[in-house]
Design a protein around this ligand. Structure first.
Ligand SMILES: Nc1ncnc2c1ncn2[C@@H]1O[C@H](COP(=O)(O)OP(=O)(O)OP(=O)(O)O)[C@@H](O)[C@H]1O
Length: 654
């Protein structure tokens, strides 16, 4: 902390006198360490010290820009039931604290710290405690994830005086420092870069405050797999991350957070590290295919997917069967999806299985008995083509892993597995998840929203043998999008009904409650020749928040067209493929498939209208899918959304 020698001496005298006066009965180690802590907290932090130390109670609570810390002073952390009691009581004490928006403090937001007296010592089995030796005390106050502003710290502290019964609020003041700004944090105690980083993330208050329903889901005891659904931006992932920490505190063993979307795990890992820095090594954040590849390699079955080879195999199978399939539906993409999401995704091995009713949920082109036989032949040819070249596609890799897991389960089971964006996983992927997550109490949590499915081919969790009856939660308050952005996005769910991932009616975005006010939206429509000028003008207006802005398109070829414009205008761009959540000043750009699950302060969506006039069941299915994709794209924006529609691309869309 930036204090002059003189100021520090005065603070030390004040702190020592205050502790002597208010808590005369403290032992030597605690007195010394808590006096030092009081000196260090003279800026933004508030300190509450326990009047009578007890094993099962934290010695002090600290409230500051990084959240709430329960501090224990001892040579080793408490163990067994004492540890559980300490955690339970600290979490319970904080449970009554609320903010002005009706949110409640999350027990899982409390950080536990052990301060060991004297020089650093090795501490075994620290578990959920962050361990600091006495000389390292100042590190505790160095902001790592600042997300509470001065007003919030004061609000929490005022309430803590009521809830922290048995604790004495203590405060010393820096003598010569003048008043501080009304800004986000006290700039006097933070280096500029840290203040800037904190201000970039004003939405991070979820690290400490949750909606009461969100908090209930975090702490609920489930006797088997549970599911969280709800419209976009309602904090499903936020709840899953808090819950992961909550469960981790009560169990041992590794934790897994996985999803079908390749780009999400690093971003959520970064968020989790801010929420639960002490659990960093226990939690793995890996997309499902990466997990599968690592698992198979560990079992001596290293497999890679040769995407180009797989495409060639598909192309050849298509050439052989197109004469039969084209009259049913002319786009080969439709049939690729049929193989990927229905036949292989559901793990069919016989035509009879494929012919069963209701196995093509979400596919609008009806197929009769004979037509299914024709599709099955196409599938068999594709499989032969792969086999001839010794290739595996992504579904084969999932199948191999599923068979291997069933043959020999994991040696070390995960204490908890969270699956995010579960709606986009194939049915066989879900079966794999059931094997690796288990069905025991609080082990498996599935998080998703059917309305945001960007790949077709529906299932119900029960199809994968995952029972969630009575353990399904629905979140309704949208905290991500400001009200105007939310209203814009809601127009895209006019035709959508949604199920709760298990066959019952779900909640659509239309029925989400807005948790924020304000926001700005703008739209533009015009020919492609005008796009460059319009887009660069918009981006110039967002110069100060470029790093917090994303450009989203719907297809890869659209991205190529937009990137050409951005390159010519000299705008620095980071592909969403390479985005890890780390702050920088590049515009993020990618397709909606890569933007799923993420959010940005500002979002620019460019939609190319393409070839008009297609009709029929497949076109209807594609149009429903596009509406869902639009909904996903629009709900990525927190404060500002610009929607550009490029007309006259008939013939140029490619
Ligand atoms: N309790 C909360 N307090 C403040 N902000 C919150 C809270 N919960 C969620 N948010 C904000 O809403 C954003 C969206 O949360 P989250 O990503 O968990 O939603 P989601 O339901 O998983 O969304 P999607 O389905 O669209 O991916 C978060 O990044 C955060 O900014």
């Amino acid at each position: 902390m930036a204090q002059s020698k003189h100021a520090r001496r005065v603070l030390q005298q004040q702190a020592s006198a205050l502790l002597n006066e208010k808590i005369p009965q403290l032992d030597g180690d605690r007195r010394r360490i808590l006096t030092a802590l009081l000196v260090e907290t003279a800026g933004n932090w508030r300190l509450f010290v326990r009047a009578t130390p007890l094993d099962e109670q934290a010695d002090a609570f600290l409230v500051g820009p990084d959240g709430i810390f329960a501090v224990t002073v001892a040579g080793a952390p408490p163990h067994g039931s004492s540890r559980h009691e300490l955690v339970r009581r600290a979490e319970e004490r904080c449970a009554g604290i609320r903010d002005g928006r009706g949110r409640v403090l999350a027990g899982s937001a409390v950080h536990f710290v052990l301060i060991t007296p004297g020089p650093p010592v090795a501490v075994r089995d620290a578990g959920l405690f962050r361990v600091l030796a006495e000389p390292e005390l100042a590190k505790l106050l160095k902001p790592a994830a600042p997300h509470l502003n001065r007003r919030q710290i004061e609000e929490i502290s005022a309430q803590a005086e009521r809830f922290f019964d048995g604790y004495v609020p203590l405060r010393v003041r820096v003598p010569e420092r003048g008043g501080t700004t009304d800004g986000f944090l006290d700039a006097g105690s933070l280096v500029d870069a840290e203040v800037a980083a904190a201000q970039l993330r004003p939405f991070d208050s979820w690290l400490t405050f949750l909606h009461p329903h969100q908090r209930a889901v975090v702490t609920r005891d489930y006797r088997g797999p549970a599911r969280i659904s709800g419209p976009a931006g309602t904090g499903k992932t936020v709840v899953a991350l808090h819950r992961l920490r909550h469960v981790a505190r009560r169990t041992g063993g590794p934790l897994l957070f996985t999803t079908f979307v390749r780009t999400l795990p690093p971003v959520h890992e970064a968020a989790f590290r801010r929420l639960a820095p002490e659990l960093g090594d226990r939690a793995e954040f890996l997309h499902l295919h990466a997990w599968v590849r690592r698992f198979l390699a560990g079992r001596g079955q290293a497999v890679e997917v040769d995407a180009r080879g797989v495409r060639t195999a598909f192309g050849r199978a298509w050439m052989r069967h197109r004469a039969v399939l084209e009259p049913i539906e002319r786009h080969d993409e439709y049939w690729r999806t049929e193989l990927d999401r229905v036949i292989k995704g559901r793990g069919f091995t016989t035509l009879e299985e494929y012919r069963r009713p209701s196995v093509r949920r979400g596919r609008e082109v009806r197929l009769g008995h004979e037509q299914k036989a024709a599709v099955w032949q196409f599938y068999e040819t594709y499989q032969e083509m792969l086999a001839e070249r010794g290739l595996h596609d992504h579904n084969d890799v999932i199948d191999l892993a599923l068979a291997e897991l069933r043959r020999q389960p994991l040696e070390t089971r995960y204490a908890a597995v969270v699956v995010d964006e579960v709606q986009d996983i194939t049915l066989n992927g879900l079966r794999l998840i059931k094997e690796l997550g288990g069905t025991g109490p609080n082990q498996l949590l599935l998080v998703g929203d059917g309305q945001q499915q960007v790949y077709p081919g529906g299932w119900r969790l029960s199809d994968a043998g995952i029972p969630v009856q009575g353990r399904g939660e629905v979140l309704r308050v949208n905290y991500r999008n400001r009200a105007e952005v939310l209203a814009f996005a809601q127009r895209f769910d006019a035709r959508n009904e949604v199920d709760d991932l298990d066959g019952a009616a779900g909640i659509t975005l239309r029925h989400a409650e807005a948790g924020n006010t304000g926001g700005t939206t703008a739209s533009w429509r015009g020919p492609e020749r005008d796009l460059a000028a319009e887009l660069t003008r918009r981006i110039a207006g967002l110069r100060d928040t470029l790093g917090q802005t994303a450009l989203i398109v719907f297809q890869h070829q659209d991205l190529v067209r937009c990137r050409r414009i951005l390159r010519a205008a000299g705008i620095p761009v980071l592909s969403l493929d390479d985005y890890s959540g780390a702050p920088d000043d590049h515009l993020k750009a990618g397709t909606v498939h890569r933007a799923k699950g993420l959010d940005f302060q500002a979002v620019l969506v460019v939609e190319f209208t393409g070839e008009p006039g297609e009709r029929g069941a497949a076109a209807e299915e594609a149009s429903d899918l596009r509406d869902r994709q639009r909904l996903v794209a629009a709900t990525r924006a927190r404060d500002f959304l610009w929607w550009g529609v490029v007309e006259d691309t008939f013939g140029a869309a490619g």
